[in-house]
Design a binder for this molecule. Structure first.
Ligand code: PNS
Length: 194
């Protein structure tokens, strides 16, 4: 079912009187389920990602964590099936979170999933420019798809998958920054780590 656009729903603006709207229309509008997609490479999932998933899952009806299969970020540490497994396990406790993978344009995948919003995290001002460009490009490609930005807990604002991999591969301790199950996978992946 196609949802009405903002203009179709509120032809005279949000403050309008109900007028001659078909009975029940407003109720239908406000009962609309929000399904959002949280896309990324998640190589690997960090506690920052998990924090954002928890925040997102609280405000939307269903959240799809979507792993980009062909990322341009070079050779990944974890395969896509490994990442699916880790995220599925880490999010098992949420009743409204699912995991998927996608290729190609995010907006196309979002459309195929019946998603109405994209969730992205902003850790610091440095994230903003890239996120803004991406949100605007996605809006150009699909004006009906909104981007929601949320901020992770302060203690995770410096955490990124890239840093986690780099530090761990050099023998550094990243415990507390990734879920325990990711820690185990990292140890298995990088032999000789203490
Ligand atoms: O984990 P990342 O690298 O921050 O995630 C980036 C991601 C996967 C959200 C982004 O690269 C993406 O959506 N790629 C799919 C291709 C696409 O739709 N590009 C146009 C958006 S600008």
């Amino acid at each position: 079912m196609r949802h009405p656009s903002y203009r179709e729903a509120f032809p005279r603006g949000i403050g309008q009187k109900a007028g001659r709207s078909p009975p029940g229309r407003c109720i239908l509008l406000f009962m609309r389920a929000i399904k959002a997609i949280y896309p990324g490479t998640f190589d690997p999932l960090t506690n920052g990602h998990l924090d954002l998933i928890a925040r997102g899952a609280k405000i939307v009806d269903h959240l799809v964590v979507a792993i980009l299969r062909n990322s341009e970020k070079g050779t990944p540490l974890f395969t896509v099936p490994e990442r699916v497994e880790m995220i599925s396990e880490a999010t098992r406790g949420f009743g409204n979170v699912s995991v998927a993978t996608f290729d190609g344009l995010l907006v196309e995948f979002a459309r195929s999933q019946g998603v109405n919003a994209v969730l992205r995290g902003i850790r610091a001002i440095s994230d903003y420019e890239y996120e803004f460009q991406m949100a605007m490009m996605n809006r150009k490609l699909d004006p009906e798809l909104e981007t929601l930005f949320m901020m992770p807990a302060e203690k995770y604002t410096y955490v990124s998958s890239r840093l986690i991999k780099g530090v761990f591969q050099l023998g550094g301790d990243v415990s507390g920054l990734v879920p325990p199950l990711v820690m185990e996978r990292l140890k298995a992946k990088v032999p000789g780590h203490p």
